[in-house]
Design a protein around this ligand. Structure first.
Ligand SMILES: [Cu+2]
Length: 415
């Protein structure tokens, strides 16, 4: 996609970038990744196997609700693997514009890694009056210094056309989240929300718990009690379509009136939640509307959960996170046993963690406020094969806007 129109939209960003990067005077994007030679955030040649790089864009886009309504959104997209290229416009800028994703690209890490995460602010094309920076806030991460925290008052944020590389020394396993922390209520309501988890060093060992043998664990647990066979991350969230419409209309934003009009799993409402593929980008996204536009989707991540017990094993891990700015949500998996083994990126044990008293509990539902995560294990041994529903028990939110029978509901298909 090389439309003249989009290039003209990008030009102001290129100019802005010239003032923010002393490394490449003509380019707006600057990726720091040890061993990377072409700017695609993938180390070339031999390098420390514990080094992991990622490159995200921060910008805008459109998200399609299950009733067909298209909401203007902010968000992140994944530029990892895209080199600078030789065109006058940096291929990474080109790819990141209007590509905001719901949910943001999942950040999947392992204990012991050194992570270089570059964020490039590609600007909000639909709001040329805005000059908002963005940031990545790794929610729950114990930063050694505030500079990479993402909170604008205490750390660096990333202006339009500029890039910043965050560094994290990954030591603590668990289920986290990440989000932009600039004008947090606005940028989070607009959709700058992602899933992030850290796999424990114990992964790869073989442990038997309750007669089941595991090689993957949520935490370093000594006894295998957080073992699972298949893990799925599900982001609970909500949008207020009025807020998004006023945003696109360059109107004052009704912060005090934010309420849930669309409740979502992984940025989708039922029945889009059970679509195993991507939701095609909406027609209101100029990038998708341009013939040959390269933005095929703003919603690539399904929320359909499947478990084939013959090939995948019996125990399912749901990494649940709530990133709604206005609501608590309770969810249940009707007919399936839920055991909560972690909360807020911490194993449910008393002090000593691995050796402490086991505080995991069996339940039929979990309730998460904004910013909270739960690690829920579902042992399907003895459970009849079939389709089960995972949904919010806040039944008034089982809707897509004014359309009934939708919202935060998906299926767990067990074979
Ligand atoms: Cu932001």
């Amino acid at each position: 996609m090389k439309s003249t129109r989009l290039h003209s939209l990008l030009l102001p960003l290129m100019v802005a970038g010239a003032f923010t990067s002393s490394h490449e005077a003509s380019a707006a994007v600057y990726v720091q990744c040890p061993g990377d030679t072409n700017g695609d955030a993938i180390p070339d040649g031999t390098t420390d196997p514990n080094v992991k790089c990622m490159h995200l864009s921060g910008g805008d886009g459109f998200t399609v609700m299950a009733d067909g309504k298209q909401l203007y959104t902010f968000g992140f997209s994944n530029l990892t693997g895209t080199p600078r290229g030789t065109d006058t416009v940096d291929a990474r800028l080109d790819k990141g514009v209007l590509a905001a994703q719901q949910p943001a690209p999942t950040i999947d890490l392992k204990q012991g890694q050194k992570v270089y995460l570059t964020l490039t602010n590609v600007g909000m094309v639909m709001r040329p009056d805005l000059f908002d920076p963005h940031s990545v806030h790794f929610h729950g991460f114990p930063n050694a210094a505030a500079i990479f925290d993402g909170l604008p008052e205490a750390s660096i944020t990333v202006n339009m056309g500029a890039s910043l590389t965050y560094f994290y020394n990954i030591q603590e396993p668990g289920t986290y989240i990440y989000h932009c922390h600039v004008e947090a209520t606005e940028h989070m309501e607009m959709g700058m929300l992602g899933q992030l988890f850290v796999r424990p060093a114990q992964d790869g060992q073989s442990k038997t718990f309750n007669g089941r043998t595991y090689t993957q664990f949520v935490y370093n647990d000594v006894d295998g009690g957080t073992g699972y066979h298949k893990g799925v991350a599900l982001q609970l969230g909500s949008f207020d379509h009025v807020f998004h419409e006023l945003h696109l209309g360059v109107q004052p934003l009704p912060f005090a009136k934010i309420s849930t009009t669309y409740s979502l799993f992984n940025g989708r409402g039922y029945p889009d939640t059970v679509n195993p593929g991507s939701i095609p980008a909406g027609s209101e996204n100029p990038r998708a509307a341009v013939n040959g536009g390269s933005v095929e989707t703003n919603q690539p991540v399904t929320s359909l959960v499947t478990l084939n017990r013959t090939t995948e094993g019996t125990t399912l891990l749901l990494r649940l996170s709530n990133l709604s700015v206005d609501n608590l949500f309770s969810v249940t998996a009707l007919g399936l046993p839920m055991r909560v083994v972690g909360q807020g990126a911490r194993i449910l044990r008393t002090a000593g963690e691995a050796t402490g008293k086991d505080l995991s509990y069996d339940t039929s539902s979990v309730t998460l406020g904004g910013g909270e995560t739960n690690d829920v294990l579902i042992d399907t041994t003895g459970v009849p094969a079939g389709t089960y529903f995972l949904y919010t028990t806040n039944l008034n939110y089982l809707s897509n806007g004014a359309e009934d029978f939708g919202g935060m509901m998906t299926e767990i298909v067990i074979n």
